[in-house]
Design a protein around this ligand. Sequence first.
Ligand SMILES: O=C(O)C1=C[C@@H](OP(=O)(O)O)[C@@H](O)[C@H](O)C1
Ligand SMILES: C=C(OP(=O)(O)O)C(=O)O
Length: 440
Amino acid sequence: MTTSRSLDLAPVSAAAGQMHLPGSKSISNRVLLLAAMAAGATQLEGLLDSDDTRVMLAALRQLGVVVKETGPAQVEVQGGIPFAVRQADLFLGNAGTAFRPLTAALALMGGDYRLSGVARMHERPIGDLVEALVHLGADIRYEGNAGYPPLRIGQGEIHGGKPVVVKGAVSSQFLTALLLAAPLYAAQASDDVVIDVEGELISKPYILITLNLMAQFGVQVERQDWTRFTIPAGSRYRTPGRMQIEGDASTASYFMALGAIGGGPIHIHGAGSQSIQGDMAFADVVEAMGATVIRHAQSIEVRGVLVARGDKLKSFDRDFNLIPDAAMTAAMLALYADGPCTLRNIGSWRVKETDRIHAMHTELEKLGASVESGPDWIRVHPMQPSRWKAASIETYDDHRMAMCFALASFGPVHVTILDPGCVSKTFPEFFSVFQSLVQV
Ligand SMILES: O=C(O)C1=C[C@@H](OP(=O)(O)O)[C@@H](O)[C@H](O)C1
Ligand SMILES: C=C(OP(=O)(O)O)C(=O)O
């Protein structure tokens, strides 16, 4: 039964069927901004319709960018810089992919802006990005705590010449933000724009998404390893005319998992071997755990074991730095493994929609699981059949907590998901799609 406050999931035994992924969040928010910065009209097809893209769309419209809805999941963006509106107060919810890139773009736009979000967004760090932009001459002030939103952005005096230095250990979105915004001043610059990464860079595959999409909008970035990125002087965005957005690979992870523990086959349409998203590597994770994966160009099929009948997946001890979002799904699969599963190098979980290491640890224990965790790792022990406890799972306003814990319904107890509506951050229809694929 569904209420707005909770969703009761009865034990399920198997899963099979077909599903179509909603558009990729990471790609949708990048191409909305790219299309807004590229002169002329861009048709975007397959756009994600969720909280994170709605705040980006609303912000762009507030900034004077004309965006017309031309069909389902389809918009036409009339781009051009600078944006027409030079003064705006923008609310960006909890969308990192809107907040970070808009901070960089608006810092170079020559207007006066205020950027804020939900309370949790004001606890998510942005200092490394602000520091890089301020060194470049941007005028950015913290309205509350130093290092965190809300931000006030003024006109600044951007000076080129030196490399822009950014740290990448807290979030790759800071580098993505600088890269996406770089053509705003590379267009007029007489020298190439150089961005250097200081120290470790996490979540690297997301940078490849950024570079790929910038190239589709006419800007070729030269990458030297993961330390130096060069945007040629004179680079400016050109509209590709039309762009098809692929399905969301992080969302695909829940359905790959469903095939792996519910027998399958689950056929996931919208992203496959041609995907530009790093989270497609979650297919390798389920494969290593014993599932059979068939990769098509734009879809993927997963068959697996029947954990409700007592079958087991193989355990793992793995570094998940490259796929931090899909990693949460792997933590759930650990319940059905043949030994303890360790997820390493996931320190960024602490600063996402919630402290995900804490949240996962706490909620898995409510189900009866034995869990250990440290600053940047978590270990989940497989569930013994007699240990399962019916539980109400807190979701901490984190869409991935809600989507992950749906996978607990393969245990023998009822699982209640609290505030299931929080899936609207990236996949408002998640639970109806999930329920259409499972059998009691
Ligand atoms: O650039 C992106 O689209 C994203 C990068 C990742 O963040 P971090 O780089 O902060 O790990 C990821 O967790 C987030 O959901 C989307
Ligand atoms: C970390 C996430 O989101 P954001 O884009 O807000 O960083 C996520 O979707 O898991």
